[in-house]
Structures are given as structure tokens and as C-alpha cells.
Design a protein around this ligand. Structure first.
Ligand code: SF4
Length: 308
């Protein structure tokens, strides 16, 4: 199996206690069977705490979040008690893996870092070069015809997305033209209503969508051209492989273009239009939209109907 990643992948590291939106808050954390067995073998005070703070629901063990939805092992100093006392290798698969995502082909896996993590967002958006894909583990790779086609097509989309002879706004148009895709003709206010009808987790996201209602147009500040390029490339890299499951590539490209425009439109209504504001917004968008399969499906369906 070949393992592929964006060239910045190995530079990622969790910022732990400096993280303002820790993945140890607000998310249900399932514990894999091997780790659960290991936790059951731990003695002493920590063993007692593990027993008291793990519940088994429908056959799956998970940490019981406290009233503030914090993992019971996330300490006040922002560090993980399990890592402190047992080391990093004690983490369950989900905690050790976050914020990585994977796309699976017949003999190829693509791995990436998800933008719902602020350290990953910082890393991805601050890349200055045209990001490429690198091979982390080499092995024989025989792909199906559909997979070969999809990868070639995505490379063409990367080339358009990274063509710095054009502004990012122009590149978004070029992508749609190249693919013969139309986005539904809707104002940002109408898009805001659609996004407001989706599942939402954080009140801050509702506030951003209320800002979107007031946006009439969008403009990408020249100082943020490269971060927006990195965002676009990330979206294409992450979402296009899903077309192998449903045969619908148009909605994934449409979603990538739409997401960049929505983020740019919200940013244009923010008090500040700088890198920090963009990072916060991108992380929030990713948590609310990309990490809800239900929300993704709703948007993909809408974009599919447009291009059916
Ligand atoms: S969200 Fe990212 S930076 Fe924050 S605690 Fe989780 S992995 Fe670390």
C-alpha cells in the first residue's frame, strides 16, 4: 500500500496546553478495544479514575465528558493526565490520530491533517510554496481506471488552484469553467440561511453566519492570497477522493469553491481581515462543516442537483 501526504505533513505537532480549541473538549471520544483492555489493567489512583470515567455504550467504550464537555483526563493546565502519567503511547487510537484524515484507494492511502485543529490550520495556511504530494511509504500501486482518472483530474485542478498568474478569485472561476460546473445562483444571504439550517455546534459559528447574511460580495486581501490558495488545495485534496464512493466529482469541486467564497465573504465582514482572523474562521468552518458528514452530504446533494 502506498502512503501519500502533502509535503508539510511531517512538520505537524500538537500545541497541547497552548491550544485554544482543544480536541479534548466537546467531542465524544471512542476508545478502541485494545486500549480499553490496557486501561482496565491500570491500577492505583489512575486506574480508579479510568474505571470511573469510562462508559460503555452500544458495545463501545468512551470517556465520560464532564459538565463542560471536557475529557475527564484533560487537566486544568491543558495537558493530558494519561500522557503525563503513562506516556503518549497510552493514548487510544482516536486521540493519537487526531487531526489526521485518510482517503482510501485500492492500493493507495492518502493522509492529511484536518483544519479543525488550530495547529494544523496554522501549519497549512502558512505554507508559502506550492504544496506538492510526497510518498511517505512506497509500495506497489495498481489503481483502478476510475482511481487513475480521478488522480489525473485532481492534478489538473491543483495546477489551476496554484496558478499564481491569476488571483485566487480568478482561479475559482477558472476551476468552475474547466470542469463545466455551475454553483447555484444564490446571494450570500441565501447561503447563510442554508448554512443556518445545517447542524451547528458552536454559537460563534451562528454569529459568523449572521455576518455572512450582510455580505454582498467578497474580496480576498492580497496579503492572504497564498493562505487562500493553501485552503483551496487542501479542500480539493481532501474531498475529491469521496467521488470514488458516490461517482460525483462535481459536487466536491463545487463544495471546495463554495467553501473558499463563503469563508472569504465572512472574513470581509470581520473587524480584521488578517491571517489570525482567517485561521480562526477556517478552523471554525472545518469543525462545523467538514467534520459533520450530515452537513457535508446536505451541501453535496445541493451542489449535485445543480450539476446533474
Ligand atoms: S486540536 Fe490540535 S493542537 Fe489542539 S489539542 Fe487537539 S491535536 Fe493538539
Amino acid at each position: 500500500m502506498k502512503l501519500i501526504a502533502p509535503d508539510y505533513y511531517d512538520k505537524f505537532s500538537c500545541i497541547a496546553d497552548r491550544c485554544r480549541h482543544s480536541c479534548c473538549v466537546g467531542w465524544e471520544i471512542d476508545i478502541d478495544e485494545n486500549t480499553y483492555e490496557y486501561y482496565k489493567s491500570i491500577g492505583g489512583e489512575l486506574g480508579k479514575a479510568l474505571q470511573a470515567n469510562i462508559a460503555v455504550c452500544d458495545g463501545t467504550a468512551n470517556f465520560t465528558l464532564d459538565e463542560n464537555e471536557r475529557c475527564p483526563f484533560l487537566e486544568k493546565d491543558g495537558l493530558c493526565r494519561l500522557i503525563k502519567e503513562l506516556g503518549e503511547s497510552s493514548l487510544c487510537n482516536i486521540c493519537a490520530d487526531h487531526p489526521r484524515f485518510r482517503s482510501f484507494y485500492s492500493q493507495r492511502t492518502e493522509i492529511g491533517l484536518g483544519l479543525c485543529c488550530e495547529a494544523a490550520t496554522d501549519l497549512i495556511l502558512s505554507q508559502q510554496h506550492k504544496v506538492t504530494l510526497v510518498t511517505l511509504e512506497d509500495d506497489e500501486e495498481t489503481l483502478t481506471e476510475d482511481e487513475e482518472y480521478l488522480l489525473k483530474y485532481r492534478n489538473q485542478l491543483f495546477a489551476i488552484a496554484q496558478d499564481r498568474d491569476f488571483t485566487v478569485e480568478e482561479r475559482l472561476e477558472n476551476l468552475l469553467d474547466f470542469c463545466g460546473i455551475d454553483l447555484p445562483e444564490k446571494s450570500f444571504s441565501e447561503w447563510a440561511e442554508i448554512y443556518l439550517s445545517l447542524e451547528r455546534l458552536d454559537e460563534e459559528w451562528t454569529d459568523k453566519l449572521n455576518l455572512l447574511k450582510k455580505a454582498e460580495t467578497y474580496a480576498i486581501p492580497s496579503s492572504l492570497e497564498i493562505p487562500f490558495e493553501q485552503l483551496l488545495v487542501y479542500l480539493l485534496y481532501r474531498h475529491i477522493p469521496s467521488a470514488l464512493d458516490d461517482g460525483d466529482i462535481a459536487s466536491k469541486i463545487g463544495f471546495s469553491v463554495l467553501s473558499v467564497r463563503i469563508i472569504a465573504a465572512i472574513l470581509s465582514r470581520e473587524e480584521k481581515q488578517d491571517f489570525e482572523a482567517l485561521k480562526q474562521l477556517v478552523r471554525l468552518y472545518s469543525s462545523e462543516i467538514e467534520y459533520s458528514q450530515e452537513n457535508l452530504n446536505t451541501l453535496w446533494d445541493l451542489l449535485y442537483e445543480q450539476n446533474d
